[in-house]
Ligand binder design. Structure first.
Ligand code: FAD
Length: 468
């Protein structure tokens, strides 16, 4: 088999899932993760449709189900905390409850995926790719397309880093100026069958240097691998408007597998609190829907600083009532505070030369699509499967990976717009609560369960993973 040595950047969902499958097919896999350990925190995320099949093929579905949030329903409360509505048919975060879908905490899923990969996968924590240099007879370019021979080098200067700091649970922030990919615009390809000493020389931030046959960026929406090999984030990111923050709090409200949505009478934000991990803790979300946010103070740079992010939320929620002051008080010390803009990644190609992207790094759907994690699992499965099927020929495999998934990914990214438009249209309408719920009050609420209608599920269920 060719191209046995694969480096994956990022150990959340896409990275460990890809590592699992590549190892199963006989590749030698190293995963580098910037955080010093598996990162805590994150929203309850959903595994749906074909992604459930991927977990099943990993023999992981029972364990994932055992760690599911297993919510029973949702209530909605107004600014004062008066209940307006409740239902046991759907939740805001997970959608319909009569489906086989699994909602699980992101960090729980990451842990299970890493464990499933076993001890033969090398994990390098607390490090990051600083520089990629592809050499041998290859050029940096798409898996298809006109060749650009020779050597390409991509400097790390200014490569985009995560908006949530990243280097640790509350890690420091780095700017996202110029990813600087030299020769990256050529769209050149490598002639199939070029062998010899071709590979990617990688220098890590720690100073260590190693050569791999292939490098895969699974390092999220602000992927540094993408910045290094494809150019700056600004070329690929499409903000949808809105910012989402999540943190852990004690379940002092005594929620029993339940979530509460809170909508203030005024102000462009909403909150959600839900019990998780057998009701032993809670996760709190605040969504700010203020399109002017990035243009105004504190500005993009400060939005990459967790302390600035917390102050921003505190400012928006300054007049909040109900339980918000107490829930906000836990934000300041939360070990897993996460904040990011709601945005998507759109790229013409998910590979260039010996570098490929998977998960949010290549095609983030955003929390608004509800499908980021499922896309990451499916992408990892497909990329590894195609490499296996092609005997390690990355040119053939990267092209096949994209052919196989592009249409499905595009349809799933479009779900973000569908859901957001539906939410906007329904703002203020009390009549559009999902059927079956019980309206305990009606007037004046802008809060609702997103309408995960049949169209949403038709798209999700519209693909079956290939057998490899
Ligand atoms: C801490 C955290 C909290 C999240 N919270 C939410 C949430 O509340 N709502 C939501 O919809 N989505 C959230 N996400 C994103 C969600 O996990 C993804 O949309 C989805 O699961 C796809 O996963 P992914 O593996 O492609 O990317 P991600 O889950 O974003 O994982 C990327 C991984 O790469 C690592 N990484 C980043 N930069 C580097 C680098 N330079 N070198 C090495 N490693 C790097 C990150 O630390 C992370 O572990 C969160 C992600 C993280 C990391």
């Amino acid at each position: 088999m060719r191209n046995e040595r694969v480096l994956i950047s990022g150990a959340s969902v896409a990275g460990p899932a890809l590592a699992y499958w590549l190892k199963r097919y006989g590749f030698r896999v190293t995963v580098v993760e910037r955080a010093p350990e598996l990162r805590p925190g994150g929203q309850a995320i959903d595994v749906r449709g074909p992604a459930l099949e991927v977990l099943k093929r990993m023999d992981l579905l029972p364990e994932v189900r055992a760690r599911a949030t297993d919510l029973r329903g949702i209530s909605m409360v107004d600014g004062e905390g008066r209940e307006l509505f409740s239902t046991t048919e759907a939740t805001a975060s997970g959608g319909r409850l009569d489906r086989p879908d699994v909602e699980i905490l992101r960090d729980d899923l990451a842990e299970l995926l890493v464990r499933a990969g076993g001890p033969d996968i090398e994990y390098l924590f607390g490090d990051s790719i600083e520089n990629l240099e592809e050499d041998g007879a290859s050029g940096v370019g798409g898996a298809t397309g006109a060749g650009e021979a020779g050597r390409s080098r991509s400097g790390a200067d200014g490569a985009a880093d995560g908006a949530d700091g990243g280097g640790g649970a509350n890690g420091g922030a780095n700017g996202a100026d110029d990813g600087g990919a030299n020769g990256a615009d050529g769209g050149g390809g490598e002639a199939a069958g070029v062998g010899g000493a071709a590979g990617v020389r990688v220098r890590f931030e720690s100073g260590r240097e190693r050569t791999f046959d292939l490098v895969v960026g699974a390092d999220g929406i602000h992927s540094r691998t993408r910045a290094l090999a494809f150019g700056p984030e600004e070329r690929y990111i499409r903000p949808l408007g809105g910012h989402l923050s999540v943190w852990t709090a004690p379940n002092y409200l005594g929620l029993d597998r339940w979530q509460i949505a809170h909508q203030p009478e005024s102000g462009p934000w909403q909150a959600l609190v839900m019990s998780v991990r057998g009701n032993t803790e809670a996760r709190v979300y605040v969504v700010i829907e203020d399109d002017s946010l990035l243009q105004s103070e504190p500005g993009e740079t400060q939005l990459r600083d967790p302390e600035a992010q917390k102050k921003l939320i505190a400012r928006y929620c300054a007049d909040a009532r109900w339980e918000m002051p107490r829930l906000l008080s836990y934000m300041w010390e939360a070990p897993d505070f996460h904040f990011d803009s709601v945005a998507q990644i759109h790229m013409d190609s998910w590979s260039r030369g010996r570098v490929a992207l998977v998960g949010d790094a290549g095609h983030c759907g955003s929390p608004a699509s509800g499908q980021g994690t499922s896309m990451a699992l499916l992408g990892a499965y497909t990329l590894a499967g195609e490499l296996h099927a092609a005997g390690g020929d990355h040119v053939a495999a990267f092209a096949a990976y994209e052919r196989e998934l592009r249409a499905y990914v595009t349809a799933n990214q479009a779900l973000a717009h569908t859901l957001r438009e539906a939410a906007r249209r329904s703002a203020g309408a009390a009549a559009d609560f999902p059927a079956g719920g019980e309206a305990t009050a009606s007037a004046g609420t802008r809060t609702r369960v997103p309408d995960y209608g049949d169209d949403f599920y038709d798209v999700i269920d519209g693909y079956t993973p290939r057998d490899y």
